[in-house]
Design a protein around this ligand. Structure first.
Ligand code: SF4
Length: 187
């Protein structure tokens, strides 16, 4: 029998936010702490309509394991989630449903567009397919590919984490964000 395997040496701690440290104290900005907490506890809502959703299943499974990023808890109730992951072909009939799900999510919320279909309609340049979900909702990060491999989905997820980590706590109430929402007809 071999020695029991311990994984303790593989545990990687997140880096502390920028701040000033001294003996017995550490100060930083509220934005940095909130960003750190949010970015390592994203709750995704998978909106999977076709083949890209299968890649997402692999991303969730043991080998790629999205849980390593603090996101093992998928939610199918929009009110509990803060990351909308759109994976697959979105028909024009489906677009209002997607928008409704987005509207039901509480702020702050982010959107990851996974794959060519969600990002641009992909190969389906037809009358019935939405040519990109950014026609109905704002998108934060696009993942290219048809389908993207799980590594690409993870990379897109980490780009979302970068955005979340550095977002000001005041952004959502600022005029630029309000303008963005208004451009989508969202008050
Ligand atoms: S991008 Fe490709 S793999 Fe993804 S849903 Fe569209 S056709 Fe399927």
């Amino acid at each position: 029998m071999g020695r029991p395997v311990t994984h303790n040496n593989k545990i990687k701690m997140v880096e502390a936010p920028q701040g000033i440290a001294g003996e017995g104290f550490f100060t930083t900005k509220l934005s940095e702490v909130v960003g750190l907490a949010r970015s390592n506890s994203m709750w995704p809502l998978p909106f999977a309509t076709s083949c890209c959703g299968i890649e997402f299943m692999a991303t969730m499974a043991a080998h790629y394991d999205l849980a390593r990023f603090g996101s093992e808890r998928l939610g199918f109730s929009p009110r509990q989630c803060d990351l909308l992951m759109v994976m697959g072909t979105i028909s024009k009939k489906m677009a209002p449903v997607l928008k409704q799900v987005y509207l039901q999510m509480a702020e702050p919320r982010w959107v990851l567009s996974v794959g060519a279909c969600a990002s641009s309609g992909g190969i389906f340049d037809t009358y019935s397919v939405l040519q990109g979900i950014d026609q109905v909702i704002p998108v934060d990060v696009y993942v290219p590919g048809c389908p993207p491999r799980p590594e690409a989905i993870l990379d897109g997820f980490m780009r979302i984490q970068d955005l979340v980590k550095t977002e000001s706590v005041r952004r959502r109430t600022g005029p630029e964000y309000q303008e963005l929402l208004e451009s989508y007809g969202i008050q």
